[in-house]
Write a protein that binds this ligand. Structure first.
Ligand SMILES: N#Cc1c[nH]c2ncccc12
Length: 393
């Protein structure tokens, strides 16, 4: 589709970010909203697909030629073409609306394994050509944007199919996958219990947790801290952090049956809801803390395949970079702050107001394009060992 003028036209539009408040408006009264949602999506989905496909096309040739990457590219091209068949459809044609929703489900299913398949492509490149630091920087830049784009496209598809599809009725207070009154403490407890179960199974031990809540805006507030959010996103972030924190604590105290507990604080401020998770797992040296968010570093060696060749037994360790993307998706963040030799604090920042929780979307433009063309900047700070006797390059 690259040299197709229609593709270039859609790629020339900037994606339109929605806020959680806007997403909830689509979930208002029934019918009028399905038509509005359809008219928005038949333009916005191809715009978002075309924008990220422009960046896929800019990847280094030897990565693009990897079988797994070529397959992902073909899925995007096919899905782009399929949505375009609705470009001039009649929004009042209910049968067409039903067909559109069914097509979205098929597209979502086609893209189910994109994360694993792209990770496989990176491994194929590593095994066949090796990867220099320049290429690694570009792959890191691309994958952050590619996975954020995918999170956003799946959010649009999930909302439309949940609100207007023939799916089982979900929790009647939820709007699609959004909970307008998400009790943060409940998600923290759920994710802790599930991570603890895995930790107990694997290590036969797991740290306890102490959770404190603080509502800074209404002191002495006994009510739960609630906010508009997507519980499944928050769960994904917390589950990953709990697994990593528990692993650090158990491995740092191999002999102790009495493990230092995890401390979690949930604070509702004027703008932010902040979840702080503290562990005494020995921490990470500063020299390695960035690596935790690198896709390359966390790309496991050729994963062990189970006998029947099904999905790899070992995960790809993309959990932390993807969790940070989920936190950033609605303009929050995920930050690790570590004290080597003692432990690590993880901070999840979330926007309290749905009107401020806007999607953070990659935009294809000359800045993005330049990231794929120019060599990484020569550092304008000294590097170890480069003294006066070395000529400047
Ligand atoms: N995420 C996360 C972590 C939470 N605690 C950690 N300790 C060592 C390495 C990574 C982590």
């Amino acid at each position: 589709v690259e040299f197709d003028p229609v593709f270039e036209r859609y790629a020339s539009f900037n994606p339109s970010p929605l806020s959680l408040e806007k997403f909830m408006e689509f979930g208002g009264s029934q019918n009028a909203c399905e038509r509005t949602s359809f008219e928005f999506l038949r333009k916005e989905l191809p715009v978002r697909l075309a924008n990220i496909m422009k960046e896929i096309n800019l990847l280094p040739d030897n990565l693009l030629q990897m079988p797994s990457v070529a397959m992902v590219q073909s899925w995007y091209q096919l899905s782009f073409k399929e949505i375009l068949t609705y470009e001039n459809a009649d929004p009042d044609d209910n049968e067409m609306l039903e067909n559109f929703t069914e097509r979205l489900v098929k597209i979502r299913n086609r893209h189910t394994n994109v994360v694993e398949t792209m990770a496989q492509g990176v491994i194929e490149l590593k095994d066949s050509h090796g990867i220099d630091s320049n290429t690694e920087t570009r792959i890191q830049y691309f994958l952050d944007r590619f996975y954020m784009s995918r999170i956003s496209i799946r959010m649009l598809i999930n909302q439309h199919t949940l609100l207007f599809g023939s799916q089982l009725a979900q929790n009647n207070r939820h709007i699609g996958c959004i909970d307008p009154n998400c009790a943060v403490l409940d998600v923290v407890k759920d994710s802790y219990e599930n991570a603890k179960f895995l930790c107990d199974q694997y290590y036969l031990n797991a740290p306890e947790v102490e959770i404190k809540t603080h509502n800074a805006t209404v002191p002495d507030q006994k009510e739960d801290i609630r906010m508009v959010y997507v519980p499944s996103h928050l769960y994904h972030i917390l589950f990953e952090l709990f697994k990593n924190a528990m692993r650090a604590v158990v491995e740092y105290h191999p002999e102790d049956m009495e493990l230092p507990k995890l401390n979690v604080g949930i604070t509702k401020g004027d703008e932010d809801v902040t979840i702080k998770m503290s562990d005494q797992g020995g921490g990470i040296p500063r020299s390695k803390s960035d690596l935790l968010f690198h896709y390359m570093y966390s790309t496991a060696p050729q994963p062990m395949r189970s006998e029947n060749g099904s999905a790899p037994l070992a995960g790809y360790g993309y959990g932390l970079p993807l969790s940070r993307l989920y936190a950033r998706y609605f303009h929050g963040d995920l930050i690790l702050s570590s004290v080597e030799g003692f432990g690590t604090d993880a901070f999840i920042y979330l926007k309290l107001f749905p009107s401020e929780a806007n999607e953070l979307l990659p935009v294809y433009n000359t800045t993005a394009s330049r990231m794929y063309h120019t060599d990484t900047l020569i550092s304008d700070w000294s590097s170890p060992g480069a003294g006066t006797n070395m000529s400047r390059s």
